[in-house]
Design a protein around this ligand. Structure first.
Ligand SMILES: Cc1cc2nc3c(=O)[nH]c(=O)nc-3n(C[C@H](O)[C@H](O)[C@H](O)COP(=O)(O)OP(=O)(O)OC[C@H]3O[C@@H](n4cnc5c(N)ncnc54)[C@H](O)[C@@H]3O)c2cc1C
Length: 304
């Protein structure tokens, strides 16, 4: 089957769904192709406390509301995985989904998001949302006055440890190598904090706890540290592989696009966690979606 639309969006997370609703309000025909389940990372977020003016809510409720809002405005939301690029240039944008259908967009918003790397140790999946977190700026406030472990040794891990040290009584910073690999100024700031205890050349063998995180068991020294939370900061991977041959990306694989969300390819926009940016959160993903749709509708109106 072949489908044509004014705006084609890939990804039904916060960025893609917000792009859809802004584009519909600008009068564009919109198709969103999103891998099931819809909602992206927000759907797996146990508690959202930092979306402006929204009382504490769970991610599934948030994602469902956003999905309904885009659908009720007339966006065509299709549960499908984009598996191939048939044409991606300044002139044409045609993608193929797993069932062989073809979709062509006059404009294209890539809102394919990112995935946090996992530790892969026992307890990690089971206690996700019950003390295991991948986002200190999202969940740190739930651990006020408590003891937590941060796992990782790069900038994110160092920043997370610093963020958490302002809230928590004690922060263990566990890294498998003999030195951190983040920026020097962050490392110095970490060493100045009395309540951050670096543990180098060590890995987490297991995250323990019945209903909630209670401890981490270390691999090498076979020690058990009592903690209330574990923040995993071992990297993030953008889901951009399919498009990297066409759209310029940075060293980490993130689409290079500025605040206007425009990529190197005219008519192709990048929005949300898959874009180069400082802060990857729902509020910034939604903002990108709005800007990308606005930029796309402006181009359509001006006949570009
Ligand atoms: C556990 C956790 C807790 C978090 N807590 C918070 C919080 O409390 N507050 C906050 O602000 N932020 C939080 N975040 C971060 C926030 O969820 C993300 O920044 C935001 O949701 C990113 O939205 P996005 O639309 O850019 O990407 P994503 O949510 O990653 O959505 C992208 C979607 O595109 C789909 N996709 C990718 N490739 C294809 C393809 N080829 N074909 C079809 N579909 C495709 C993906 O499957 C996914 O559904 C949290 C993240 C996690 C993982």
């Amino acid at each position: 089957m072949e489908h044509k639309t004014q705006l084609l969006v890939v990804g039904a997370g916060a960025a893609g769904l917000t792009a859809a609703l802004y584009a519909r309000r600008a009068g564009m025909d919109v198709i969103v192709l999103g891998r099931a389940p819809y909602g992206g990372q927000i759907a797996e977020t146990a508690m959202i406390e930092n979306y402006p003016a929204l009382p504490l809510t769970d991610g599934y409720t948030f994602a469902s509301a956003l999905y309904q809002q885009a659908a009720s405005l007339g966006a065509k939301l299709i549960s499908a995985e984009v598996t191939g690029v048939l044409a991606l240039s300044a002139q044409q944008r045609t993608l193929q989904t797993a069932d062989g259908s073809k979709y062509t967009g006059e404009k294209l918003v890539l809102a394919v998001g990112a995935k946090r790397r996992k530790l892969g140790c026992p307890g990690e999946e089971r206690l996700l949302g019950s003390g295991v977190s991948y986002c200190a700026s999202c969940d740190g406030a739930f651990f006020r006055g408590k003891t937590v472990a941060v796992v990782g040794g790069g900038n994110t891990a160092l920043e997370d440890a610093l963020t958490l040290s302002a809230l928590c009584e004690r922060v263990y910073l566990i890294h498998r190598r003999d030195a951190f690999r983040g920026e020097k100024y962050l490392e110095e700031a970490v060493h100045k904090k009395q309540n951050i205890q670096p543990i180098l050349q060590e890995e987490v063998a297991e995250i323990e706890g019945a209903q909630h995180v209670e401890a981490v068991r270390l691999k090498n020294r076979k020690e058990v540290l009592a903690v209330d939370g574990v923040f995993v900061a071992v990297g993030q991977e953008p889901d951009t592989a399919l498009f990297r041959a066409f759209v310029n990306c940075d060293g980490g694989g993130y689409f290079i696009a500025g605040e206007d969300c425009k990529t190197n390819l005219p008519g192709v926009f990048a929005a949300g966690d898959c874009r180069t940016k400082l802060l990857r959160q729902i509020v910034t993903a939604a903002a990108d979606g709005a800007v990308a749709a606005f930029s796309a509708s402006q181009e359509v109106q001006s006949g570009m």
